[in-house]
Design a protein around this ligand. Structure first.
Ligand code: NAD
Length: 478
């Protein structure tokens, strides 16, 4: 990894601020297009939250959780394992090895591309210069073009004892300091449920408190229901339409008071509390005003479809430009920004950005949701295939899944898809491709899916919409 600190001003054709999935992709693409590129990052390794303390370590832990659950549930097939022996230190080592492999790979790729890495906290000093505060002083970087990829931070709730190490954000929770006997998760969104899945499999007794009337707000209720049913069996308590009113640190735990519809009458004591109530953009942390860059009151930086900010030659991508805050959005925006700078005719104009909760079962959706269609009065046809009729789902003992496809009633083209079930996150990719390629129900139904697989359920859901299904009775025509 090229790691620079000089007294001279570094001249860059492209300076990229932040080396998360958006930032390193932008820098690598810019370098591949022949531009002299400098990548500024405050942390020792590349990859940002996603690789270091987010998507990747959480997936390594979720894989372990899935195996723990599967081992417990396979007894109906005549195999029993004893109680698992959990070596927490080895779990941490294993998780870190996955992270190191990826971040090490990125460092090598940066070097091979001659992307110059400047380590430290970057702040704008003008519309063509960034000062990077590093360990050994300040490094000035002057640029022709800049791509801001400074990401987002976990939201903290004011008034909570945020300095108490027992009150965690997702980064703390992924460190696996211990397996708390009792843990509260504040926020029943994606992070909250993924971490609840991990800690519950490790043996913690988990309560979840969620402000809204359901888990994963924004996702169709029929998709959340099978997950909720399973969580209710695994977790101690799910409190909906409820919030935490106070947390007071005690010697033997955090004492939490609740208010709302399902609030317990008494305060409860927890060994640890995880706050997972969303992330906020880092737009106010880079002295954007010195460059004249517009930042809205929440911290988002507005951009056009070419990822340009209001300041010519300064671009922004990833979490800091808006929701959804997802790595796969950032990487695509990154390529657009680098290509536009290189003079290529690029535009960020996807038909959809898929969402996945890597819970057990997983929940994945893309395109139009039924909830959105109903709210906006958009007409749609629906094909739903219940996994109870899938030989593969039955074979793996997971028949609770559903694959749902929405189609335009006129053109029959796919509008949206939602899947709940194991590997839903892998399966949704086919629906994204179908939407981007303008596939209709017949295209999907007539595409021969391998049997017996879970991906077959997409073809069968299309057959449900077409009325050509034979594995179930065809639904009555509306
Ligand atoms: P989120 O927005 O997905 O969920 C936050 C939840 O907290 C919501 O359900 C909200 O209603 C609830 N909430 C808010 N304030 C509350 C309060 N005071 N008390 C109780 N509940 C409250 O946010 P997140 O789960 O923190 O994730 C943050 C971001 O990271 C999201 O943009 C998410 O998409 C992204 N992320 C994605 C993945 C993935 O793709 N698998 C994984 C982790 C994070």
């Amino acid at each position: 990894m090229t790691d620079t600190q000089t007294n001279e001003v570094i001249q860059a054709q492209v300076a990229v601020l932040g080396a998360g999935p958006g930032g390193y992709t932008a820098a690598f693409r810019a370098a591949d297009l022949g531009l002299k590129t400098v990548l500024i990052e405050r942390y020792p390794s590349l990859g940002g939250v996603c690789l270091n303390v987010g998507c990747i370590p959480s997936k390594a832990l979720l894989h372990t959780a899935a195996i723990l659950n599967e081992a417990k549930e396979i007894s109906h097939m005549g195999v029993s394992f004893g109680a698992p022996q959990i070596d927490l230190e080895q779990m941490r080592v294993g998780k870190q090895a996955v992270v190191n492999k990826l971040t090490g790979g990125l460092a090598a790729l940066a070097k091979q591309r001659k992307v110059q890495l400047v380590r430290g906290v970057g702040q704008f000093v003008s519309s063509n210069r960034i000062a990077v505060q590093g360990k050994n002083g300040t490094q000035q970087v002057s640029f022709d073009h800049c791509i801001i990829a400074c990401g987002s931070s976990a939201v903290k709730i004011p008034g909570f004892p945020n300095e108490d190490p027992r009150l965690m954000d997702s980064t703390d929770a992924l460190e696996l300091a211990d397996i708390p006997a009792r843990m509260l998760v504040i926020g029943g969104g994606i992070i909250g449920l993924e971490m609840a899945t991990v800690y519950s499999a490790l043996g913690s007794q988990i309560d979840i408190v969620e402000l809204q009337p359901g888990l994963i707000p924004g996702c169709d209720r029929d998709l959340v229901k099978p997950l909720e049913r399973r969580l209710k069996k695994q977790l101690n308590r799910i409190m909906l339409e409820t919030k935490v009113s106070q947390i007071s640190p005690q010697k033997d735990g955090l004492k939490v008071s609740f208010e709302g519809k399902q609030a317990p009458a008494q305060a409860e004591l927890y060994d640890r509390v995880l706050v997972a109530v969303g992330r906020s953009p880092n737009g106010h942390k880079i002295n954007a005003a010195a460059a004249g860059i517009q930042v809205d009151e929440r911290g988002f930086i507005p951009v056009d479809q070419h990822m340009r900010t209001n300041v010519p030659k300064i671009y922004a991508i990833g979490d800091v430009v808006g929701n959804p805050m997802l790595a796969h959005k950032a990487t695509h925006e990154a390529k657009v920004a680098a290509e536009v700078i290189a003079g290529l005719p690029a535009l960020f104009d996807p038909l959809t950005i898929p969402s996945v909760a890597y819970t057990d079962p997983e929940v994945a959706w893309m395109g139009l949701t039924e909830t959105e269609a109903q709210a906006k009065g958009i007409a749609y046809d629906k094909g739903v295939f219940p996994w109870a009729a899938s030989g593969r789902a039955l074979g793996i003992g997971r028949e609770e899944g559903i694959t749902k496809l929405l189609f335009d009633p006129e053109t029959k083209r796919i509008l949206g898809a939602g899947i709940v079930g194991v590997n839903a996150g892998e399966l949704i990719g086919e629906a994204v491709l179908a939407l981007e390629m303008g596939a209709d129900a017949e295209d999907i139904g007539l595409s021969i899916h391998p049997h017996p697989t879970l991906c077959e359920t997409l073809g069968l859901a299309a057959e449900m919409a077409e009325g050509s299904i034979t594995d179930l009775l065809p639904p009555k025509k509306r």
